[in-house]
Design a protein around this ligand. Structure first.
Ligand code: GLP
Length: 242
């Protein structure tokens, strides 16, 4: 069972998650970080950037793998996950850009991007610590309900709910891409430590289903119940249906 930590607010959650990341970085200067996009991890990234400065950690060898990328928007697009990871993680933490990967969402034979990414993760020795948010429909990364529990990185269609939730980042809902390349639930389960965060009442049903419901492809977040080392950090609203 996952360890559940309930905190007062997103600030406190960010500090708690960042301190878990710092432990990994202290023990392994070339640690492999699993990075999520969305609004949930932002306080963690900010706290981690402060902690890196405060502890004077050398992060030049730290490696990173984003969970997912939209299909068909170029890396330089402001809403590509490559751009988001660059501005929210790589630059504030001072990571080496070439050591941080995002799945390839454009270019020839994009169907092969998933397998390429799996090989890159394996070549890096696997992910040491993976930060995760959860969608209001229980998705993690872009593994929508119905995703196979053993799935690997692959091309997927986005659920209507997810496109609606993410429309806020685009000029209009029609601009939200319809497909993505996402790490699979099997890929995520191979990360050695999972840190899942959720905030707000809108996430409460998904959190309760993920932590206390049956482990099921209908609730991708329920894979945290299978993981030997999962830490879940929630504010009181997100924890309100536990
Ligand atoms: C997005 C991302 C997920 C993220 C989730 C929740 O679509 N692909 O990695 O965890 O949805 O987003 P937010 O943190 O903004 O609520």
């Amino acid at each position: 069972m996952a360890e559940v930590i309930i905190v007062r607010d997103q600030e406190e959650a960010g500090n708690a998650a960042a301190s878990l990341f710092v432990e990994h970085l202290k023990h392994k200067p070339d640690a492999v970080l699993g990075l999520a996009t969305g609004s949930t991890p932002l306080t963690t990234y900010a706290a981690l950037a402060s902690a890196v400065r405060e502890h004077g950690l050398d992060v030049s060898k730290v490696r990173g793998f984003a969970l997912d990328e939209y299909l068909g928007i170029p890396p330089e697009h402001p809403q590509s996950y490559r751009s988001v990871i660059t501005s929210e993680v790589v630059e504030p933490l001072g990571l080496t850009p070439s050591l941080v990967m995002t799945p390839r969402g454009t270019g020839p034979n994009v169907e092969a991007a998933g397998d390429e990414y799996e090989l890159a993760i394996r070549a890096a020795g696997g992910i040491d610590v993976q930060i995760l948010g959860i969608g209001t429909n229980g998705h993690i990364a872009f593994n929508e309900p119905g995703s196979s529990l053993g799935s690997t990185t692959r091309l997927k269609a986005l659920a209507a709910q997810t496109r609606a939730d993410n429309a806020r980042f685009f000029d209009s809902p029609a601009e939200v891409p319809s497909h993505c390349i996402t790490q699979g639930l099997g890929t995520i389960q191979r990360a050695r430590h999972l840190v899942l965060l959720a905030f707000g009442t809108a996430k409460a049903p998904a959190v309760a289903a993920a932590l206390e419901g049956p482990v099921s492809a209908s609730v991708p977040g329920s894979i945290v119940q299978l993981h030997p080392w999962a830490t879940v950090i929630l504010d009181e609203e997100a924890a309100s249906q536990l």
